[in-house]
Design a protein around this ligand. Structure first.
Ligand SMILES: [Zn+2]
Length: 231
C-alpha cells in the first residue's frame, strides 16, 4: 500500500480512488519529461520512480527517488506545472494514477493535504542528503545505500536491474558498480545473477552503507510507519 493513501480514512480514500486508475509500470516508463506539462500523478505501491538530472553532454544521475512512501507530484505541490528534471520508472510494479487536475482538487481535503505537506518536507530533506551523498561518499557506500532504499520501496528482497542501469542511478562508471556490487556479493550481503540483485543480509548492507540511508529513512519515518513495512 502507498503510505499517503494509507494515512487517509476509508471515506477519504474512496474519494481519492474515485477517478484514479491502477496501472502497471515497467522499467523506463516515463513519469514526466523536462519542461513538459505534468498531466498525471503516480502513487507507487511497489514500484520505484527515479528523478534524474541530465547534463547537456547526456550524463545523468539520480537525484531523488519515489516509492510507496510518496508520490510523483512534488512539482505540482510546489505550484509548478513543469519541472527541469525527468522522471521514469526505475523498478517496475503497480501504482495508482490520478490526473493532475483531479489531484489538485483533492488537495482541498485537509488530511490529504497535510500528508502531502509532510511528504514534501521529507522529500526536500532527502534531496539535500542525496546531493551531499553523491559528492562525498564512495560508490561502494552509495551502492549499499541505493539497494537499501530501493528494497524498502519494493518490499521484496529481489530487485531486477542491470549494472548499466545501477551505474546511471549512482552517476558512476559501469566498472565502478561492478566492483562495488562484487565486493558486496563477496561479503555475502547480496547475490547478483541474471539481472536480479537479491539482498541476503540486510544488516550487513546497512553496515556497508554510508549514514545517508539512515538519515533518509528517518525523514520518511512518520509516513513509513503507517504502512506495515519495516520502515
Ligand atoms: Zn551517503
Amino acid at each position: 500500500m502507498n503510505a499517503i493513501l494509507h494515512g487517509l480514512d476509508p471515506r477519504e480514500t474512496a474519494t481519492v480512488l474515485d477517478g484514479a486508475e491502477l496501472v502497471d509500470l515497467a522499467v523506463r516508463d516515463r513519469i514526466y519529461q523536462p519542461n513538459e506539462r505534468i498531466s498525471e500523478v503516480f502513487f507507487p505501491f511497489d514500484c520505484v520512480l527515479s528523478i534524474v538530472t541530465r547534463m547537456r553532454d547526456g550524463n545523468a544521475i539520480e537525484v531523488g527517488t519515489v516509492g510507496r512512501e510518496g508520490c510523483s507530484a512534488i512539482p505540482l505541490l510546489l505550484g509548478a506545472t513543469t519541472t527541469a528534471n525527468e522522471s521514469y520508472c526505475q523498478v517496475g510494479g503497480t501504482a495508482l494514477k490520478i490526473g493532475a487536475d483531479v489531484f489538485q482538487s483533492l488537495r482541498a481535503n485537509q488530511k490529504f493535504g497535510h500528508l502531502l505537506d509532510r511528504y514534501v518536507q521529507a522529500y526536500v530533506n532527502m534531496l539535500g542528503q542525496l546531493a551531499a551523498c553523491n559528492r562525498l561518499h564512495n560508490v561502494y557506500e552509495r551502492c549499499a545505500r541505493w539497494l537499501l532504499m530501493t528494497q524498502d520501496r519494493v518490499g521484496t528482497n529481489e530487485i531486477g536491474l542491470t549494472h548499466e542501469y545501477l551505474a546511471m542511478m549512482l552517476g558512476t562508471q559501469r566498472s565502478g558498480v561492478t566492483i562495488a556490487a562484487g565486493t558486496l556479493q563477496q561479503a555475502g550481503f547480496i547475490r547478483y545473477a541474471r539481472g536480479v540483485i537479491t539482498i541476503l543480509d540486510r544488516e550487513g548492507l546497512e553496515g556497508a552503507s554510508c549514514e545517508c540511508y539512515e538519515v533518509a529513512r528517518e525523514q520518511f519515518g512518520g509516513l513509513m510507519r503507517s504502512t506495515n513495512t519495516h520502515f
